[in-house]
Design a protein around this ligand. Structure first.
Ligand code: HEC
Length: 157
């Protein structure tokens, strides 16, 4: 016959097992969310972002505006642009090498050549990318310089 204690213990065991099964996804989500928020807020990210903002203001905001909203039908928006969400490599390339031909951003067509900013270093492109990919509704996290360099090597000039 089972003693009173072993019944109590096995009940707790069952409750505990059930808890870990029920709450496992929640626990994992909490751990991952805090890991992601810590890693995106780390100092490298902040440094890239801050540098990127300055470079954006200097090289890009004339046309795309500080708000990232673009200008009428002339300059497409970067804020909430589906183009940059779906075309990472092309976005990296066009900063440095420009772009021409029809481009569709958020269902609107634009067609005016964008001159590239040829003098940008790989690091500067990575910094601008970190800025635009984490502003105005975009939340991609750090765009590293190694990743950027390997994309830049593939650009058609
Ligand atoms: C002289 C004006 C001008 C400047 C400066 C400029 N752009 Fe553009 N940009 C354009 C135009 C015009 C297009 C549309 C090109 C086309 O029609 O093919 C464009 C397209 C884009 C696109 C793709 C469409 C979109 O809005 O998602 C991105 C991303 C972009 N530019 C980012 C930048 C960044 C980053 C810089 C700074 C490094 C920059 N641009 C500098 C005029 C400019």
């Amino acid at each position: 016959m089972k003693s009173k204690w072993s019944i109590v213990n096995s009940r707790w065991l069952i409750i505990f097992r059930q808890w870990t099964i029920d709450y496992q996804p929640l626990t994992i989500t909490i751990i991952m969310a805090s890991a992601i928020s810590c890693s995106t807020k780390d100092s490298k990210f902040l440094q890239y972002y801050a540098q990127g903002e300055q470079l954006y203001v200097k090289h890009c905001s004339n046309c795309h505006q500080k708000s990232g909203k673009g200008l009428g039908r002339l300059y497409p928006p970067i804020a909430s642009s589906d183009f940059i969400q779906n075309n990472f490599n092309e976005t990296i390339c066009l900063m440095k090498y420009g772009k021409q031909g029809v481009i569709t951003v958020n269902t609107i067509d634009y067609n005016k050549p964008m001159p590239g900013v040829v003098g940008l270093t790989d690091l500067e492109v990575a910094e601008i990318a970190t800025y635009i990919y984490n502003s105005w509704g975009h939340e991609k996290g750090l765009v590293g310089v190694l990743q950027t360099s390997s994309v830049l090597r593939t650009c058609q000039r």
